[in-house]
Ligand binder design. Structure first.
Ligand code: CA
Length: 465
């Protein structure tokens, strides 16, 4: 069985039509969902580019793989699902946005072929770094990354299986569409929470510098808003402008996903290839008035994940909660290769093959990059069950690279996702939720102990019954 993982950067599930998007159509991503499985509750364990990539690759949480922020480069020698596949005879390749550091010790390892963007990379005429050095490749990044990956597969001879990671820059900020992309100008629907006033939320949430109305830059927008617009109308103008570019980047991704599918079909390999499409985390698309990610709130926490392998996986929808830490062991079980004992996730392959599988009680999340200079998002950790979400904003960068120096008093939030799926009503101090709150606090504490992550010193030890 071959393995092809297409990973994009900041593609929210609610900008994929298979997930019910009301803002765009993604027929080729939908095709994978239709022929395979759509995961409705796959979550990032640290909603940020580099940390999510490291968790996917190594099957470990940020505190174990060391990639906690955007400026904590990976020790690329550590065991990963790729190193295990390669040791088992797979040919392996990594093409596109690596974004876990570069230079000795940080460049990709365990790949027969690697050809990657440097840091965030460029959309137009990007610089690539490979074992032979740096070069500029003319063209549009999403097309080039697909070309390089398919060329590598075409170059293989023999029957040994292959694993290729096709990691796109798109649709990451600053959302540069392919040259010549039309701007339709037709109004893009606003999310219901666009005018969220954060009334019941903590100051930690209000502090974030991620507002469409205030924090998109001229580089993001490409054109300055008309000066005569009011604050509210300017926010709407910026939303429309941002979304047009974002969705044009997504449309190019979708086209290129289709190229991969068509390529595999033409080779007769589609039916027995584990073809995955996913994003490194979610994204706020004007939800709560924001762009960007980082928070444990649903739009940012949820990763789109669709995958197909028609010979082995029947079509369907997966409702169980899984995380990006689970992918490595899942891929290895699918390939029949033992996982490294250090890995901390749980294979959900049995779920895909309709074998016995017990769903997790909850998932643990930790965002480390406290108060970074651009986004001002607070450090926090939390625990999400199928119904509730507990968040502890500990508001301390702890001296970790990439964090700001400011600290703020710790704050808690609690949401009842069944009654309040949009997370507009923080019920942490609501007496009706006292029992739930205390149970979740204990469950999170226990999960931290199980995973070997240390609670922040400011958090009181919960009283266990
Ligand atoms: Ca990302």
């Amino acid at each position: 069985m071959n393995i092809v993982m297409i990973l994009t950067d900041d593609h929210a599930a609610h900008a994929i039509s298979a997930y019910g998007s009301v803002v765009n159509e993604t027929p080729r991503i939908d095709e994978i969902a239709r022929l395979g499985r759509r995961f409705d509750n796959c979550f990032a364990t640290n909603s940020l580019c580099s940390p999510s990539r490291a968790s996917i690759l190594t099957g470990t949480y940020s505190h174990v793989n060391g990639v906690t922020t955007l400026v904590t480069p990976i020790d690329a020698a550590q065991p990963s699902f790729v190193s295990a596949l390669r040791a088992a005879g797979y040919r392996t390749a990594m093409v596109g946005k690596w974004h876990m550091g570069d230079g000795p010790g940080h460049d990709p390892q365990h790949f027969d072929y690697w050809d990657v963007l440097i840091d965030q990379g460029e959309y137009i005429d990007p610089v690539f770094l490979s074992a032979s050095g740096r070069r500029v490749v003319p063209g549009y990044a999403t097309d080039i990354i697909t070309d390089l990956a398919l060329n590598w597969i075409s170059s293989l001879s023999g029957d040994d299986p292959y694993c290729v990671l096709i990691y796109h820059k798109a649709p990451h900020r600053p959302w540069v569409p392919p040259p010549g992309s039309p701007h339709s100008g037709s109004p893009i629907p606003l999310p219901a929470t666009f005018d969220d006033d954060y009334a019941t939320r903590t100051s930690s949430a209000r502090r974030a510098a991620m507002r469409i109305a205030e924090h998109l830059t001229l580089e993001d927008l490409k054109v300055a808003p008309p000066p005569e617009l009011s604050y509210a109308d300017s926010a709407l103008w910026k939303y429309q402008r941002f979304m047009e570019d974002y969705l044009a980047c997504v449309a190019s991704v979708d086209d290129n996903v289709g190229r991969v599918t068509d390529f595999l079909r033409a080779r007769g390999e589609f039916d027995d290839t584990l073809l995955m499409y996913a994003s490194d985390q979610g994204f706020f698309l004007g939800d709560h008035g924001w762009f960007d990610k980082r928070f444990m709130y649903e739009e940012s926490l949820r990763m789109p994940l669709v995958l197909s392998c028609p010979l082995r996986i029947a079509p369907g929808v997966v409702d169980d909660m899984v995380t990006n830490v689970d992918w490595a062991q899942t891929i290895l079980e699918a390939a029949g290769v033992p996982a490294h004992p250090r890995m901390q996730g749980r294979s959900f392959w049995p779920l895909l093959t309709d074998s016995s599988y017990v769903a997790a009680d909850g998932i643990y999340y930790r965002y480390w990059e406290h108060d970074d200079v651009f986004h001002k998002a607070p450090a926090h950790y939390g625990y999400r069950t199928s119904r509730y979400k507990l968040i502890y904003f500990y508001n301390d960068g702890m001296g970790i690279p990439g964090c700001g120096w400011g600290t703020y008093p710790p704050e808690w939030e609690l949401y009842d996702l069944l009654l309040d799926p949009a997370e507009l009503r923080n019920v942490y101090d609501d007496p009706a939720y006292a029992v739930v709150r205390d149970e979740l606090t204990v469950a999170m504490w226990n999960e931290q102990a199980r995973l070997g992550d240390k609670p922040h010193p400011s958090q009181p030890r919960p009283v266990t019954s």
